[in-house]
Ligand binder design. Structure first.
Ligand code: ZN
Length: 249
């Protein structure tokens, strides 16, 4: 996960936001991809949620889905770059609110023109949004260090893995704790990492078994040419396996 809270202070972001807002006020249309480049620079070309490498085909997402919050479609403070796996496969239109959420603007009929033209009205709506308690992390606004912590765990049979947990300072009855848990589950942050590692470990151990057999054959037959060829193949296969797993993410 990546802390993106610096984004609104970035001078390039502010420049794009100014032109963007002028266009929206003129014709109520917006192209959120205008922000993609600056998002990618600040996220170091990686998904702020799962850390997968991003490219031009990945998405500029609406944190609050535009299907539920139509009036936020052209609101750049609702934008966030994400990999297509996190955005389309895992999150999509899912946007749970906490049981203690004080307000809920989902599917509410907000006057979009007024929202952009009338500052007082916009402030009213924004303060209502502040009272909503979303259960998915927003790395552009939330302090991810307060919500999560990384633990190195040893799982018998599989070895050492790094897992993401709710911060141990959080009260288990708090909204923040529920938000951390819901984000980890929705984006499958732990399952994904474990499954990749496990598969790689399994394949590597299969390869090592082959390697041990090959060594034995070599010692018996002294066939040097075949042996070095096999080593090359093993190292190549291991690398390809890893990249294939990452592509599936
Ligand atoms: Zn991702």
């Amino acid at each position: 996960m990546r802390d993106m809270r610096c984004i609104y202070k970035d001078s390039n972001f502010q420049k794009i936001a100014k032109t963007f807002l002028e266009k929206v006020k003129k014709n109520q249309k917006c192209s959120w991809s205008d922000f993609k480049k600056v998002f990618l620079t600040l996220s170091n070309d990686s998904c702020p949620i799962c850390a997968k490498d991003l490219d031009d085909f990945d998405d500029t997402d609406h944190y609050r889905p535009k299907s539920l919050y139509k009036f936020l479609e052209c609101c750049y403070e609702n934008y966030m770059v994400m990999c297509s796996k996190c955005n389309r496969n895992l999150k999509n239109d899912y946007f749970p609110l906490d049981k203690n959420s004080i307000d809920n603007l989902k599917n509410e009929n907000i006057d979009i023109k007024k929202f952009f033209d009338n500052e007082k009205y916009r402030d009213e709506i924004n303060s209502r949004l502040e009272r909503e308690k979303p259960l998915l992390v927003n790395p552009c606004k939330d302090n991810i260090f307060e919500l999560f912590e990384i633990r190195f765990c040893f799982i018998k049979k599989y070895g050492g893995v790094t897992l993401i947990y709710p911060n141990s300072n959080l009260n288990k009855n708090s909204y923040e704790y529920r938000k951390a848990i819901c984000s980890i589950r929705t984006y499958k942050l732990n399952n994904l990492k474990i499954s990749i590692r496990l598969k790689i470990m399994k394949r590597t151990s299969d390869k090592l078994k082959n390697f041990a057999i090959a060594t034995k054959i070599y010692q018996q037959n002294k066939n040097k040419e075949n042996f070095s060829e096999l080593i090359r193949e093993l190292s190549k296969l291991h690398r390809v396996d890893y990249l294939e797993e990452m592509d599936k993410v």
